[in-house]
Design a binder for this molecule. Sequence first.
Ligand code: 5RP
Length: 228
Amino acid sequence: MDQNALKALVGQEAVKYVKDGMILGIGTGSTVRYMIDALGKRVKEEGLSIVGVATSDRSAKQAESLGITIKQLDEVDHLDLTIDGADEIDDNFQGIKGGGAAHLWEKIVAINSTKNMWIVDESKMVHHLGKFPLPLEVIPFGSSHVLEKLDKMDLHPSFRMNEDGSHVLTDSKNYIIDLHLGRIDHPHELANTLNGIVGVVEHGLFLDTVNTVIVGRQDGPEVLNARD
Ligand SMILES: O=C(CO)[C@H](O)[C@H](O)COP(=O)(O)O
């Protein structure tokens, strides 16, 4: 199976955990796209009744096009489960997210969700975080000074740019700075440091967040219990 087939596999597996009446957080990314397709199929074919809260405009659009009811986070009083992708997951089930520039909304949805499930192909499972560049969502105002500060801290930052030379913009119209770290040995310490930098809205370290991980492996989906 190629990577896309593994992504489709975990997307289809994840929707088996969705129950009638649930309020569901819907993540963002190419893996989640398959999950939304499979969810739309259950809504259409089984009459599954759920409400979704999307972590990006593109996920909201796709879900609505398939007949899934989407509400804003502030319109619901709780979320039962959020299903999202990830860029890296380490041996302790800590993660990096934000490859799709959606980690701010993803983190807000995740911390308001009773349970969090991540769906990934096996290439995302790593021993140590950091090979994947760590995304930061930053306010455009003064962002070059934030970049300079991060550079002086030896965090190897670069702005994420589009091919036409413009800044990648998040759904909140902020910029992304990626930190090219290679290896993150102390994720909690790094998270605390980044939380203290004015202008950084949110970083892509998702620590102590996920409950269940579904990994797409060649011999089928593997369901891992990360934490209760
Ligand atoms: O965090 C994310 C978006 O901000 C995605 O969940 C993450 O980048 C994984 O994406 P994909 O499934 O396309 O590999």
